[in-house]
Structure formats: C-alpha cells, structure tokens
Design a protein around this ligand. Structure first.
Ligand SMILES: C[S@@+](CC[C@H](N)C(=O)[O-])C[C@H]1O[C@@H](n2cnc3c(N)ncnc32)[C@H](O)[C@@H]1O
Length: 355
C-alpha cells in the first residue's frame, strides 16, 4: 500500500497535492502526486508502504486543510466486470496480507457527475461486507479498535483497495458530515459554522468552547445563520452588519444588531467569541483577526479566507503564518486549525483559540 488517496472538493486537487507533498517532506517522505482537475481526489505515490505508514503516523488529517479523508491503498484493480465486482476484490485480499478489518467503507470521489457512482457504492456496501465476513476478512460485528478496509471506486470498473487508519481519519463517510438544516435558521450559511465546530472540537470540549452563556460578536451577520448557531448555544450576540437581520432571531432577545462596518467595530467589553463571515481579501481579514486576538478583545474566533483565483494554497499559508507570528511575537500561545469544509466553496474556514 504505497499510495495515499486524499479526498477533496472537486477543483481543489492542486492545493491538496501541494499540501500533502509539503507536509510529507517535513518528515522526510518524498513522493509525487497524480491529479486530474475536477476528479475530487489526489493520489500521492510513495516509494513503499513504509513511507505511507510513516505519513499516517506523523501527519494528522486534522492538520491538513484540503483533505477531507484519506486512505493508504495499493495499485488499483481495473477493468472490473459489471457482473461481478465482489470476487476479484475477495481474491485480491486473500492473495495479500489477509488482514481482518473491523469495518468496510465503500467510497468514491465527491466530484460533479458522480451521483450514480455514489448510488452504486451505497448499494455495494452490503453485498461486499457479507462476502468479506464469509471469507474471514471482516469481523462479524463492527470493531472500532481495528483499521477500516477501504474500497475506493474512482469509477465503476476501477477500485483502489486499502485501509483507513482507525486513529487518524474523519469519522464521517467520505469525510462529509451529514448535518441537518435547522428549520428556524435564517440562512444555509448556518451549516458552515456548525460544521466548523464539529470539525474543530472534540465532543468532550463542546461545553467549554460554547457553553456557559458566552458573549459573541458576529461580523457580517445578516441574515443571521451564524448568529442563530451562537444563540442556539445560549450566547448573547452583537450582530454587526448594515443588512437586515431575521426578525424571529431578533425576537429571541439575545441579539443586538449593530449597523457598523465589521472591520472597524469593537465591542463595548471583551467577548468570548468573534466570528466573521465577511467576504473580503484574506490579508484584510488576517489583519483584523490579529487585531482582535492581540488586543484581547476575544480569545476564540472562527472566520473564512476567501480563496484568490491564483496561488490559493500559498495565500492561505501566508495568512496563517502571519497570524501565528503575530501571536508568538506577543507572547501568546494559540491553537490554530483550518479546513476546507464541505459547506465551504471558494473559501476555507479557520478556528483560533488563544490559550
Ligand atoms: C456571506 S454573508 C453572511 C451570512 C451570515 N453569516 C449568515 O449565516 O446568515 C456576508 C455578509 O457580510 C456583510 N458585510 C460585507 N462587508 C461588511 C462589512 N465591512 N461590515 C459588516 N458587514 C459586512 C454583508 O452585508 C453580508 O450580509
């Protein structure tokens, strides 16, 4: 298993490839990437399976911005017949290390036009799981203490066979969280903030981060999807935007609408959270975030970097570095995380906490 498959949003394969090559080189692992724009995944090809294992041991998926999920796999089985895809997979595994896995995940890229492939992988899961169990390749009951068997169909007749590391993976199928749109939320953007929290926080820290009647500022708040999430966690919110806020949300009594410029506004007192969904230049957002954190106006923030047309990866890295340097220079320890979320399109979402 000398190939690492990284799942990403279609169109961001270049960024995903640059990032994994850079991260792997830091730990002395060098390989090359095979990508096709729009295919929704990257193949990172290494010398041998030891290198692939080393990457999984020393690089955390949570530290990668552009990858949603990843698996270490072998060269793909191609030209699978539509009549029987099960037997060649069983034969391949029996001829290999015969490792018993705790669960099987049948995956495919999240690319445009892959709707039928997605339907196929969903339907294929049950028959392949049954055959795997019959051949002693899968435990009778799901076992979370074992690595997952991964079957990644890049097409109907081509499958990469390998494994997903039990300790270094997304808990979600294809790395995509299934979030339900809250019926009272004023905009679909609300899911972005919920996904950010679910991505960046361990369930055990949920209350520390969000509970206890915290105070928040939401910059670029209208119509109120993010504010709704903050209020839903019991926070009082200053919602800053010249636009109109959702009336039902305002009627909750937990929101103060401030008609000011989000890049200029400062709260009357220090708050726990500042969130910002204003679409602007990443460097402008960076300067604003540094100002809030260094001056102690908040100690947690979630915000977006709208990705530029060119050099998207470089721009993101530069901005994150500027923030890290500014905090370090001011003697502040911090936790910095960034992810290209499922609900993000041309932007990435960042979380920073001053510790
Ligand atoms: C993507 S929308 C925000 C959606 C919001 N987060 C939600 O969940 O409903 C961006 C908002 O930023 C506001 N905006 C743009 N520039 C701003 C600025 N300088 N100050 C305050 N708000 C700004 C816009 O009026 C717009 O409502």
């Amino acid at each position: 298993m000398n190939i690492i498959i990284l799942y990403c949003r279609a169109g961001f394969e270049g960024e995903c490839a640059l990032e994994i090559q850079e991260q792997a080189s830091v730990i002395g692992v060098f390989g090359y990437c095979k990508t096709n724009k729009g295919q929704g995944f990257v193949e990172f090809v290494l010398n041998d399976s030891k290198d692939a294992k080393k990457v999984f041991k020393q690089v955390q998926l949570s530290d990668l911005i552009f990858a949603r999920q990843w698996a270490r796999v072998s060269e793909p089985l191609a030209n699978l017949s539509r009549e029987d895809r099960v037997q060649p997979i069983i034969d391949f595994l029996l001829a290999g290390d015969k490792k018993v896995r705790g669960l099987v995940t049948v995956d495919c890229p999240d690319s445009e036009g892959a709707a039928q492939l997605k339907t196929f992988v969903r339907k294929f899961t049950s028959p392949i799981a049954k055959a795997l169990k019959q051949n002693g390749l899968l435990t009778p009951k799901a076992d979370p203490d074992l690595d997952l068997l991964c079957l990644f169909f890049s097409d109907f007749d081509k499958v990469y066979i390998g494994e997903i590391d039990k300790d270094n993976r997304s808990p979600n199928h294809l790395g995509i969280p299934r979030l339900k749109f809250p019926k009272d939320a004023p905009s679909r953007s609300t899911l972005k903030l919920e996904e950010a929290w679910r991505t960046f926080f361990h369930p055990d820290e949920w209350y520390d981060q969000l509970g206890g009647h915290k105070k928040a500022v939401d910059l670029g708040a209208c119509p109120g999807g993010w504010t709704w999430q903050l209020v839903n966690q019991g926070m009082d919110v200053f919602a800053v935007d010249h636009g109109p806020m959702n009336e039902a949300l305002m009627a909750s009594g937990h929101v103060t609408h401030v008609l000011e410029d989000g890049f200029v506004y400062k709260p009357p007192k220090k708050v726990d959270w500042m969130v910002c969904d204003i679409v602007d230049k990443p460097k402008r957002v960076t300067a604003m975030v540094i100002d809030w954190l260094v001056s102690g106006q908040c100690n947690r923030t979630v915000f977006n970097f709208k990705l530029p047309m060119k050099k998207r990866y470089q721009e993101v890295m530069e901005c994150l570095q500027l923030i890290e340097e500014a905090l370090t220079k001011n003697g502040m320890s911090s936790r910095i995380q960034a992810k290209h979320l499922y609900h993000d399109r041309e932007e990435i979402t960042c979380f920073i906490q001053v510790i």
